[in-house]
Ligand binder design. Sequence first.
Ligand SMILES: [Zn+2]
Ligand SMILES: [Zn+2]
Length: 344
Amino acid sequence: MANFIPFAQKLSRKYHPDKNSSPDAEQNFIAISEAYEVLSDEDTRSIYDRYGAEGLKQHEAQKQGGGHHHNPFDMFSQFFGGQRQQEKRGQSMLTTLEVDLADMYNGKHIEFTMPRQILCDHCRGSGAMTDGDIKQCGTCGGRGMVVQRHQVFPGMFTNMQTTCNTCAGKGKVIHRPCTHCKGAKTITHQNRLDIDVPAGAPEGWETIIEGEADESPDWEAGDVVIRVRSRAGAGGPGGWRRKDAGLYRREALSVDEALLGFERNITHLDGHVVAIKRPGTTQPGYVETFKGEGMPPQGALPQGDLYVEYTVVMPSAISEKTRQGVAQYVKRAEPDLWQAIQNG
Ligand SMILES: [Zn+2]
Ligand SMILES: [Zn+2]
């Protein structure tokens, strides 16, 4: 019987649903906890010894309503460092993913891998080669604390409790470390994760993947927080830029396009075409607004607009003939402009 308790502890750790994701884990865990409950209680054990499982069933039926708890987590709470609810949680891990602006415009399912510490599958996080290699610390006798006698005055002593140096307060020492994790208890694993970025996601949009941060025997794994933003750099493909729900881009016009007008098609981030048609002149720096052509609405962000800023590319040099021609043209056809130029 005395041997059963550490054995049950070991099994309960192995099959604890928090630590074991196989479908049978929870059933096994409950079965182990029930067996433990029966065998650790003097009364039920003697019933079991004499009358077997049937005898126990009758005994339980008689006790119905007697406040007998059957929550396996209560049974084993002592093995998991106190109440399950208060189990320490590891830190969350924040990762920033940079995606194309088009992915934030269209929305995208993204799969990626992230390194993560997981419990060593060899020693299941004990750090020892076998369970027999975990020994009670000889220095502190398993208490994790040692009492030291200090002399405060000549002839006057005080006892001070300090953490045991040999076992760092754990009460246990490992004789032969696990060869797989070299005693570290955890190993690095490339964790496969995936997220769904919604169409129109704001810059810095975040999603939480619960329980996928580093594992440790000392805590319950924290969450992974994925923050998404569009790639920095020269405006992304096609010169698209973004501010909140607004999209921005520059269109370079030749002199004749700026003077005489033009038609042009812009291919948007999802491939649809935005047609530009400007029959008259276009001033350099003019910004034209295309309603509803910005980012799609998402969360607090409304439907955005597209702002196209026009720049004019001047020829690097013109011939004397062209120069005189343009001067003649402006003087005759645009006398007001000619006057304005003369006046500086
Ligand atoms: Zn110790
Ligand atoms: Zn190991």
